[in-house]
Design a protein around this ligand. Structure first.
Ligand code: ZN
Length: 81
């Protein structure tokens, strides 16, 4: 009892389209800024989108490096704050 068998949640690799189990997918979220240049107001919209890559695509596209850089940048920002 208590074993949760069955469906693993699958994510689709945005690069090759393969279905990857959640725990093997590499999550990479990109942030997009939109800035409107109106006279009265400068409005910045931030759009988050999560992308998933399979391991091989993540390696191939340098996602691991990007994630490392993101984490490093975050750490630097924290220590400056
Ligand atoms: Zn892939």
């Amino acid at each position: 009892m208590g074993t949760r068998r069955g469906r693993e949640r699958l994510e689709r690799c945005v690069s090759c389209g393969r279905a990857v189990p959640r725990d093997k997918a590499v999550e990479y979220s990109t942030r997009t800024h939109f800035t409107t240049d109106l006279k009265e107001d400068n409005v910045t919209y931030t759009n988050f989108s999560d992308s998933y890559y399979c391991i091989s695509c993540a390696k191939h596209r340098g996602i691991f490096e990007k994630l490392k850089q993101q984490a490093q940048r975050r750490r630097e920002r924290d220590s400056y704050g």
